[in-house]
Design a protein around this ligand. Sequence first.
Ligand code: ADP
Ligand code: ASP
Ligand code: MG
Length: 463
Amino acid sequence: MFVLKFGGTSVADRAAITRLIEIVRATRQAALPNVLVGTQQDPRGPIVVVSALGGATDRLLGLAAQAGAGDADGARENVRLLLERHVEVAGVITDDGLRSEVEAYLGREFGSLARVIAALAVLEEVSPRWLDAIAAVGELTSSRIVAAALESSGVPAEWVDARKVMVTTAEHTAAPPLMDETEAKLNYELIPLLAARQVPVMGGFVGATVDGVTTTLGRGGSDYSAAIVGACIGASEIQIWTDVDGMLTADPRLVPSARVVPQLSFDEASELAYFGVKVLHPATILPAMAKNIPVRILNSRRAEALGTLITASRPSSGLPLTAVASKRNVTVVDISSTRMLMAHGFLHKLFGVFEHHATSVDVVTTSEVSVSVTVDDVRRLPRILEDLKAFAEVTSTRDLAVLCVVGEGIKGDATFVSRLLKALGPVPIRMLSQASERRNITIVIPDADLPGALTRVHEEFFA
Ligand code: ADP
Ligand code: ASP
Ligand code: MG
């Protein structure tokens, strides 16, 4: 049985949802017993996980910010526009009865959103808990529209409220799942639907605490939801349907000549996702890897393209590099202490500060007198810097970017690093690191240099 996840662009409008319906229908037909070949695949499913309509999450968080700034009128107007868009997209539901039911649901959801927004605009404060409640409206409503659209196109489908099945901690805006609780709830809710040959449809990204308070898994988290569902239900494949032909050799927005990587290992895919390849949420691979479930990235606009298949291991491509990842808006923190650096316990103390403020560091380099780390999430940086200053000299630099080359062939190629540095050209390197596994090399450079550097590195290794 397959789990199919459709991202924002794959549910952005009526045309996209019509394509989604055909993909789900084709998946069901392919899973029917094949009389000629005599194979009997699991005829159940698929399970469909959807994102909010493309751009809706940004809009929702935008109007939450408006409310926080006390702009009640602006926020109310944006709620109205968002409702209007959802009603327009719900026009894809051909059955009149089903469409009016969904319109009524949209009216209720956006009505309560408007009331929440009005209250928050008075308080001029939006807590993480309310941010989650607001953001969740995107996936709750999109999944409701998609379920009804499938049903009215002759694909028996049943909407599942993600808050009833995805159990998370209370770490609002980036809540990790509680896997045992989630597995129990998913099986309880989905197995009867699957047995009745229904297609369960749920929103990704959204969950709830054990007490039923709405949470979200973090931006881009619908991929993660799909992988969690796949692992808990024991799917045979997790498909991530998006707007590009698969995992590409570089970010196509920065390197237009980037091309599809047909196969990746779980390790490579994790590394690429972790270092900023947006097509996959960084946590997606973990549940899939734990249960050894293949993940496939596919283009919902070109369903016939082969996409990228991610499995435990893959045949060698013969190339030293698999892909180049990049991440912008990175901050480097330099911590130096001539007296203490080599002293016993210094690094423990240093990383303890980051841990205390729940901020993860991505790249780390050390020299005799200093340690440099990169940070993505700078929300708690002022307090982190303050704590570090208690025992070291600290500076931070913004507007940097990470460029990370990933490939199984790096370690076997003695000329690799010199080729890489030559291709980088005259770019000031702020940090450079190669881990012991030697599957990647990570370089931190000024953000303004990233597009040029990425293009040259890509040209050198993939042209
Ligand atoms: P979805 O809404 O389907 O989840 P995302 O916007 O999260 O889609 O991710 C898809 C986008 O990721 C692509 O449109 C592409 O611009 C971007 N992207 C960045 N780097 C890569 C890469 N190496 N391979 C594929 N896509 C990438
Ligand atoms: N809608 C959410 C976001 O935009 C989750 C997702 O699309 O994966 O971040
Ligand atoms: Mg995404």
